[in-house]
Design a protein around this ligand. Structure first.
Ligand SMILES: Nc1ncnc2c1ncn2[C@@H]1O[C@H](COP(=O)(O)OP(=O)(O)O)[C@@H](O)[C@H]1O
Ligand SMILES: [Mg+2]
Length: 378
């Protein structure tokens, strides 16, 4: 997958950007607060995912402007496609989104077309931080290869929210325990399905990740990744999410009911599961050094890109926002050599140290972009 053209105007501080991307390396270099991450964010929105830094609708548009527009052209194995996203004040919530000129109901409906893997400095906390981040990582990774999975997770999250509200209302004597049944059955069915898909993804992940980590640690360390379910003792070989597994899930919800009511929260379920990473048998979250934890985060992201390539037959576009400067040169080189063959967008304060022979350098200043001419280049 290759992004060929990018046009942005009025999105945050970005102005009149119109560029032809290089098929390999695109480096956006500039001082702080010039708009580099905003460019990556605009690109990322075209994947149909929510902003990775939680930008609200009202903050899309330039504070001093009236309208924001993003136009992107990309090629996959089959054809060239065009995405456009526009919003204008005062109805900034109503975005005008089109795919190949055809209106799309909302931004999230673009999901599944342009496929990117993004890596930001916050992602370096993936191995160390809260399980929430690892679940989001897993769910995004699975949804990129499994159509419809994203909607299942959204529905599950909605059901859990409803259940938790009801639990509180039961403890206050306002609602009856029987009212839980209708939620529990749906939660059990969806939860069993989510467990099966996350487990199967984790198995693939473990294969790619352990191989990559052996390379990165030059054979010194063995990385192992497994899925930790709060419902099922083992998920190995299990596929019957509509039958037996859903019943087992339901039984766990019932077993925990008294405690759940007491704390007003559903304690077991896929919303509490975690991805466990171990280096040489020890949890990297608890015992890993900062370097090891960063290596694991890098490897999770690289594996995501590899699995996506393998499953879809098309390589994703890699977005590296300010992440290289956080890493030592060995890890930087490892990332860059691992993603050879994929198109990359990198933001950094200085492009020094990055071999840009096979790429373009763009300078970002006050929301504007110009291409840097490179000596000796065609
Ligand atoms: N809605 C907005 N309108 C105008 N400028 C904005 C808006 N939101 C953020 N900015 C500006 O964007 C700049 C930060 O851009 P960013 O892409 O994060 O910079 P960096 O180059 O450091 O990655 C800041 O100058 C900020 O004031
Ligand atoms: Mg930035």
């Amino acid at each position: 997958m290759i992004i060929t053209k990018l046009g942005i105007n009025g999105f945050k501080n970005l102005k009149e950007i119109s560029l032809s991307a290089h098929s390999r390396l695109n480096i956006f270099s500039g001082e702080n607060a010039q708009g580099k991450t905003n460019i990556i964010e605009a690109l990322w929105l075209c994947t149909g995912c929510r902003s990775f830094r939680g930008t609200k609708d009202k903050d899309f548009i330039d504070l001093d402007g009236q309208r924001a527009e993003i136009n992107l052209t990309f090629k996959d194995n089959f054809r060239e496609q065009k995405i456009s996203v526009a919003a204008a004040k005062p109805n900034y919530k109503e975005k005008n989104v089109t795919l190949n000129g055809v209106p799309v109901k909302k931004l999230s409906k673009l999901f599944g077309n342009l496929k990117c893997v993004i890596f930001t400095p916050e992602d370096l906390e993936l191995a160390k931080g809260s399980p929430d981040n690892r679940r989001s990582y897993l769910d995004l990774s699975v949804s990129q290869i499994k159509l419809g999975y994203k909607d299942v997770v959204s529905k599950y999250d909605y059901l859990i929210l409803q259940r938790n509200t009801l639990l509180k209302s039961i403890s206050q004597g306002i609602s009856k325990v029987e009212e839980l049944d209708v939620w529990d059955e749906q939660i059990a069915r969806l939860g069993a399905y989510i467990s099966v898909l996350r487990f199967s993804y984790t198995k693939k992940l473990n294969i790619f990740a352990s191989k990559l980590h052996r390379e990165l640690s030059r054979g010194r360390e063995q990385l192992e990744i497994c899925y930790n379910s709060t419902v099922f003792k083992s998920l190995e070989g299990r596929t019957d999410f509509k039958g037996e597994m859903a019943e087992e899930y339901l039984a766990v919800l019932k077993k925990n009911l008294r405690d759940d009511i007491k704390c007003g929260f559903t304690q077991a379920g896929t919303h509490r599961d975690d991805l466990i990473t171990k280096i040489n048998g020890l949890s990297s979250r608890e015992y890993g050094s900062q370097g090891q934890q960063r290596s694991v985060a890098i490897i999770l992201k690289l594996s995501q890109a590899y699995i996506l390539s393998e499953e879809t037959g098309d390589r994703p576009v890699i977005l590296l926002d300010d992440v290289l400067s956080e890493l030592d040169s060995a890890r930087q080189q490892f990332i860059l050599s691992s993603i050879e063959g994929m198109q990359v967008f990198i933001t950094c304060c200085s492009s020094e140290g990055i071999d840009s022979a096979d790429g373009k350098i763009f300078c970002v200043k006050s929301g504007r972009v110009c291409e840097k001419s490179q000596k000796g280049k065609r």
